[in-house]
Structures are given as C-alpha cells and as structure tokens.
Design a protein around this ligand. Structure first.
Ligand code: MG
Length: 193
C-alpha cells in the first residue's frame, strides 16, 4: 500500500472519511472557515474534519499512507496547525507526480450548527488551498436527524471523494514540444529557378 505511484497517465480516485468529537473551549473550523458555535472540534491540529477527509482522499488517490502516517498527532509541529496547510502540502505531491484535481465532492455530517450559509466560503477556501477552481470542489452538509453520536451532537464527520488525472502540460512546454517535433524547413533559395 505504501508503494509510490509512478507518473503514469490515467485517472485515479480516492476516498476519505474522518470524525472528530465536539468539545467546549475549541474553535470550530470546517473547510478552512471558522464558524461561530458554542463548541469546536477537538484534535491535535485545528481538527478541520472536512479538510482531513479531503486530505485522506488525495493521499488515497496517490496510493500513499493516510493522514495519520503523514501528519502524526505525536508531532508537536502539527499542534494547532491549520489543516489547509496539510492540503497544500499534499497537493505539492499530487503536482510533483504529474497529476491535477479533476474534481472532488465532500459531505459534512453535522447536527449543528447549520452549515448551509458557510458552504460557498468553504468551497472557496478549499479551492484556494488546493490550487483548483471552486467549480471543481463540491461541499454538501447533511444532518443526522438525531440518530447516533453525530445526531446527538457529540461530534462532526466528513466524507470526501476525489478524482485526479494527468495535469495538462504547461503552455510553454506544449509549444516547446511542438517546435521540437517540427521538421526543419528547407533553406529558402535565393532568386527564381
Ligand atoms: Mg482528523
């Protein structure tokens, strides 16, 4: 599972899921957006459960070990860290291996607070961190209708699916490649034959 993915063409899909408990005295951060609420998610970093699910989906698409291995909670360097930084770091790997995000879709499962007013800001913040258009990022919110731990407001969960594909060559690189394939023109003769 830990073999590195060769820079081969083709689409790759990854899925990710995460859950964090809600606790008093913590800031609630979802998709990089701070949301006013009486409790926040507890965790070693900012506990942004949505960013974590997307991060795991990207790592899965690359065939890499998950977030726990990549950003262990035993590392003091990650304490209180913004999870958007994790996304930026993983995206550097995605690009280095020749891939770009085709699109991703995510759902946050939360009984409270109401997340609908924050979804657009989350999409924009995530797209900025991922370096892709907001149109490639889907974020939905669902309640659990009072069922289970999420329904009892004990925590918030998130799930994400991401599709990555070969990155388009840089504009200059494409022009350079065409020029390299072009046959040299015969030298123009002077005067008429
Ligand atoms: Mg997490």
């Amino acid at each position: 599972m830990s073999e590195k993915v060769p820079p081969a063409p083709g689409l790759r899909i990854g899925c990710g899921a995460d859950v964090h408990p809600l606790a008093a005295g913590r800031r609630l951060v979802l998709g990089g957006i701070a949301i006013a609420h009486e409790r926040g998610l507890s965790g070693h970093s900012d506990a942004d459960v949505l960013a974590h699910a997307i991060c795991d989906a990207l790592l899965g698409a690359l065939g890499d070990p998950d977030m726990g291995a990549r950003f262990p909670d035993t590392d003091e360097a990650h304490r209180g860290r913004s999870s958007l930084e994790f996304l930026r770091e993983v995206m550097r790997d995605v690009r280095a291996r020749g891939y770009a995000i085709v699109n991703l879709d995510a759902v946050v499962l939360a009984e409270a607070p109401r997340l609908q007013p924050h979804l657009e800001a989350m999409r924009a913040a995530l797209a900025e961190a991922l370096g892709c258009p907001a149109a490639s990022v889907g974020v939905k919110a669902k309640r659990c209708e009072g069922i289970g731990a999420i329904g009892r407001k004990e925590g918030i969960a998130a799930q994400a699916v991401v599709l990555i594909g070969p990155a388009a060559p840089a504009r200059g690189a494409a022009v350079g490649a065409r020029a390299a394939r072009r046959k040299p023109r015969p030298a123009r003769r002077k005067g008429r034959a």
